[in-house]
Design a protein around this ligand. Structure first.
Ligand code: COA
Length: 416
């Protein structure tokens, strides 16, 4: 089966998570992704949080599958020459260095587009160009704080809280992938490449869209009826942290199930969808609530919402999270068990769909990774192991026209 991005060559000048997540996705879909890494050390994640001495860490292997690795010191004249040749032959260069690093290396946007006017240059930075913080280096949690996620996550009586989901890193990489694919289509129309820039702050803000919705509602009416603070608590002039409240028009909460005293994940998420009230009452054995004016409408229920959740927890007390969901699904109630990473790793449905995959690695043996979350009817992405540092250096140099002697010279000069 041919892959849609076959024939697209990408210089992957990325490191850590945000950039690698983007280029990994493009590699799954067929692009030839050449990871350019510093000789000797490579991407810092190769050695961060290692679980096997001297083998690439999972942090690296899980973000760099399906790529080739070229070691290149792009600060030496020979290294710069190799990069220039590569630029001339490539479609996209992706980078997520600190602000100004690519310019300091001598590869400004002007220089790159002079070398190859069709090149798309895609960058991740912490803040967008011209922002008053645009000189800052940024990691995941910094972006979550600057993007509004932390101030709106957690419980009202606790501090701002970051999410375990990589809203600043992988999410930014996904935004960048969309930008790159758009620029590739644009190039088909104009014949020219362009600069694609995504900031981690902006990508987090994009996912916090509904919190900006809430700020404007709060400014206008002074309260937010779906938050736990309503109607018994106080609102200030900023969107509060809402704990586990549902973010849309459907109240919901994380509820305890059988075994919660010892199992930290014996919970389900339960949603009270407006039109599902009747089936919820029937499932809970509370038919008298169906027409009770204190419960019959979402507005009537809101002041008692935590009493309702407490009643549901009583019903859940003798049911495991799986048993509860199996009953509730029959009543069409939106709910799910709270799954641990261990349960996700072993979930047969996730294995069958290719979302959790086991891939071989030359040094580690096999490891689990997250496969493509995007499913196609005409493409089944095959996830391969990540490359060893410099595994494809000679192969890529030969493709660029370097002779065996020239390659040996580059090695001797430690430029590759
Ligand atoms: N050959 C020679 N030099 C190389 C090289 C190569 N193959 N690859 C990288 N370098 C150099 C860079 O040119 C830079 O040199 P300079 O500082 O002299 O200009 C240097 O390595 C370090 O790069 P830098 O990006 O500053 O790394 P860092 O470890 O100090 O910072 C980040 C890491 C992630 C904080 C920073 O890169 C950053 O803010 N990136 C943008 C936002 C982002 O993507 N954050 C991470 C999300 S996971």
């Amino acid at each position: 089966m041919s892959k849609p991005l076959e024939g697209i060559k990408i210089i992957d000048f990325t490191h850590v998570q945000a950039g690698p997540a983007c280029t990994q996705l493009l590699a799954w879909f067929g692009a030839d992704v050449i990871k350019v890494e510093r000789p000797g050390s490579g991407d810092v994640t190769r050695s961060q949080l290692r679980d096997i001495p001297d083998a690439d860490a999972l942090y690296f292997t899980m973000l760099n599958s399906n790529k080739r690795s070229l070691t290149l010191d792009t600060k030496t004249p020979e290294g710069k020459e190799v990069l220039e040749k590569l630029v001339k032959e490539s479609d996209v260069l992706v980078e997520n260095f600190a602000p100004g690093a690519l310019d300091r290396m001598g590869f400004t946007w002007e220089r790159l587009s002079e070398l190859n006017p069709k090149l798309i240059v895609a960058s991740v930075k912490g803040f967008s160009d011209g922002h008053h913080y645009d000189d800052l280096k940024v990691y995941e949690n910094v972006a979550q704080c600057a993007g509004g996620a932390a101030s709106t996550t957690g419980f009202w009586d606790g501090p701002p809280t970051v999410s375990a989901a990589a809203l600043g890193d992988s999410n930014t990489g996904m935004h960048l992938a969309i930008g790159i694919l758009t620029a590739l289509i644009g190039r088909g129309q104009t014949g020219r490449g362009q600069k694609v820039a995504v900031s981690m702050q902006d990508s987090v803000i994009n996912l916090c869209r509904v919190k900006l919705r809430d700020q404007q509602r709060l400014d206008r009416v002074g309260y937010l009826e779906e938050y736990p603070q309503y109607p018994h608590g106080e609102f200030t002039d900023v969107v509060p942290r809402g704990g586990n409240a549902g973010g849309g028009g459907q109240p919901g909460w994380v509820l305890k199930c059988k075994g919660w005293e010892t199992d930290p994940n014996a919970y389900i998420y339960f949603t009270i969808q407006g039109h599902a009230w009747e089936p919820i009452c029937r499932a809970l054995g509370k038919p008298e609530w169906i027409d009770d004016p204190n419960y019959a409408t979402p507005q009537a229920r809101q002041p008692h919402i935590f009493d309702i959740f407490a009643t549901i927890e009583e019903w859940l007390a003798d049911k495991t999270k799986y048993e509860a969901v199996d009953i509730l699904r029959k009543f069409d109630i939106p709910c799910a068990p709270v799954l641990s990473m261990k349960e996700i790793a072993n979930d047969p449905s996730l294995r069958a769909s290719g979302t959790i995959v086991e891939v071989p690695h030359k040094e580690r043996g096999s490891y689990l990774t997250v496969g493509s979350p995007i499913k196609f009817s005409g493409l089944k992405p095959e996830i391969t192991g990540s490359p060893l540092l410099g595994e494809h250096t000679d192969e890529i140099l030969a493709e660029l026209g370097y002779s065996k002697d020239q390659i040996a010279h580059l090695h001797a000069a430690r430029s590759v």
